[in-house]
Write a protein that binds this ligand. Sequence first.
Ligand code: NAP
Length: 439
Amino acid sequence: MQQVNLGMIGGGTVGSGVFHAWQKNGGLMAARLGVQLVFRKIAVKAFDEPRPYPIARDLMTTDWQEVVNDPEIHIVIELVGGTGIAKTMVLAALAQGKTVVTANKALLSAHGPELFAAAAKSGVNLYYEASVCGGIPIIKSLREGFVGNRITALYGIVNGTCNYILSRMKFEGADFAAVLADAQKLGYAETPPDLDIDGHDAQHKTGILASLAHGFWVDHHQIHTEGIRDVSKIDMEFAAKLGYTIKLLGIVKQIQSAAANRAPQIQVSVYPALIPSAHVLANVNQVFNAVFVRGDVVGDTLFYGRGAGKDATASAVLSDVADAALDLKNGTKVRVPPFVAHVKKGRVAPLDEVTSQYYVRFSVVDKPGVLAKIAAIFAAAKIGISSVIQPEGHEGESVPLILMIHDAPNAAMRKALAKIAKLPVVKAKPVMFRVENLQ
Ligand SMILES: NC(=O)c1ccc[n+]([C@@H]2O[C@H](COP(=O)([O-])OP(=O)(O)OC[C@H]3O[C@@H](n4cnc5c(N)ncnc54)[C@H](OP(=O)(O)O)[C@@H]3O)[C@@H](O)[C@H]2O)c1
């Protein structure tokens, strides 16, 4: 049986998970692939760091260049993380003509085109299934499974930490701050938690998915991103009464048909949104991830699974290693290229140009005529109100007033809310979330 030699840089959470999974199922993979996968070297920073799973000491080195420069190693797996030394490692491995497998969404998000160009220059492949949604095979599905589709919409719950916090807020009626503190204690959220709860991690992943779905590279700076800090218990409760659940979504929507002879435009955003509680995506809870993909041929599809963790992520890394090994076995080093920029003038529309529906909560003084004042500002901006809820109960001097708003451009909505916020009858900054009906 042909042998393919592996080198890995990084033996932490994911790296040790990959080594463990290979020990467990390497024989099964060999039987399935007709290729024997053999680890030759694993680089770490320090030998004695505690690891979730042990790594054979005789395979370890503290010099990553030994992995990259070993002529016997065919595939280099980068599991260090970050955009610094990891970039140097990946570029060095590609320059040596080695296929690279990475789980590094931050690196891809920041330097994708440069890395793909380096891979193309060396005539080798770069695989990154584990960079988005851990164990869910969403990259392979977009590149191969849906190759015959235009992706008209994609909605992803792509950050397990945020989904865990929002799920607990919903089911326990708990406050954001209390759940976040508990999540940090339990190890479900980092300290500091900003990368997750401010939406940056979801932004990296959504950018990669948008690029694959639409055939031009979406720079992460173009992605309007809001995190979950402003989601409060009270909005969870009102959303539930209205039949909605609040989820942090990565959203990629075609907003102008690619067939219309004009440059395709897409919305690419990350924000907390109200989605119908009856929708399957609303029932993805705790740390689980899910990606809802709508293709113009296939229709609606849903992928569900663990988005992180040593084992789920290891599963994705091994899937890439298997593809890379088959490429080598079959002499087709780049059977499926890492990224094909096939759309020349694709455009990410600024959110201001995008039309959305909205949930808005105002804190207003409790006296007649308040709604009329707010409605007049919306009417002047040509924004239609679809329903009004004025629940019982005071918040000190003020009462909540909830409006559901018809389709309106984000710019118009932003300006109208800024005007309304200045009304003397409005006592706090209006709270606004977009509504995604997933239709
Ligand atoms: N954790 C997850 O659930 C998850 C999920 C999806 C994707 N990812 C991605 O997977 C990658 C790895 O994440 P992780 O959670 O496994 O990180 P980690 O636990 O911090 O592991 C990082 C590894 O890199 C090694 N390392 C750091 N600098 C090095 C250097 N200069 N030379 C050689 N080795 C070096 C560390 O060595 P020591 O062990 O000696 O410190 C450690 O083994 C990241 O890109 C991350 O975004 C992680």
